[in-house]
Design a protein. Sequence first.
Length: 332
Amino acid sequence: MRLSKHINEYMNNRAMDRYAFNTMKHNQTALNQMVEVIGDMEIDRVTVRHMDALMNDWHSRGLTAETMRNKVSSVKKFFEWARDREYCRKNPMFGRRVLADPPKERHVVPVETFGPLLDSIIEKGATSVKYRDRALTAAHLYTMCRPGELLQVRVRDLDFQHREMHVRVTKSKKLDAMPMTDEMVDEMSAWISTYRLAMGTNLEPEWYLFPPYQSSPGARKHYAPDPARKLANSHTIIQRCLRTIGWEGYRLGGHILRHSAATAKAEENMEEGYDGAIREVQSWLHHSSLQTTERYLSKDNDRHRRDKRAKTGPMYPSLKQPKKGNIRAVGG
């Protein structure tokens, strides 16, 4: 039986085992690419050389090491499944390893820059589109949500009475009532008032909270919100906002603000203890494990904790410490 038939059976089995949607999607993509590269051949005729061709194709696409590892894992698991059912004798992807990329420098916007960043957005002309940009930037900083999660939020998801913003988490597909801090309440209140004035009517619950803007008929410089349409992405908006404080870079976007906010929150909560600080940030980021949050945060957090503890007490608190003045210098 050919690869495509086995892949269909494999994906049906994984669906019955209730694998996550994104996991299924990544598996299907990797297996489809395998068929495209080596052909829809009989599964027991797939060799190591076919896997060499597949790996070379992935390398030619400029994929990151992490993406490569995920794809290799998808193909490995497929052939392990096939071998357990005696569809093939061995796993041609067995033993493949992908070396890690050198660690990338993570950009972190300092917490003391958050206020100037928001103010600079509307400094030169407070138009409604700039208030939208400010509100979207503030939402990244004060909720730590992923950019795609914020773009899905609608007007009905804002609950000022209970100080909550309802967000559907991308990874788990679960709905979370994100708490709105004082800053977030102020920013969203200002944006809702501006949004209402821009529309000239009360806002409909189904309208998107951060809508795209379109040109008004007969005007070039005036724009109006298009509330029924979802904003495609926030990347260029965040880049434009960061440019107002001198931050340039193609890769800068909403995730930089999410990472910066998480780093700042962890550092400010460090006096409550390392575990407590990281666990609180984990709940904001919607990470499934503490290890993921630790990798996500800047390494400066570790140095901050080290310096604070080392400079304010003994190296080994459990040991009996010598009295001050008992250690004398010995002359040479």
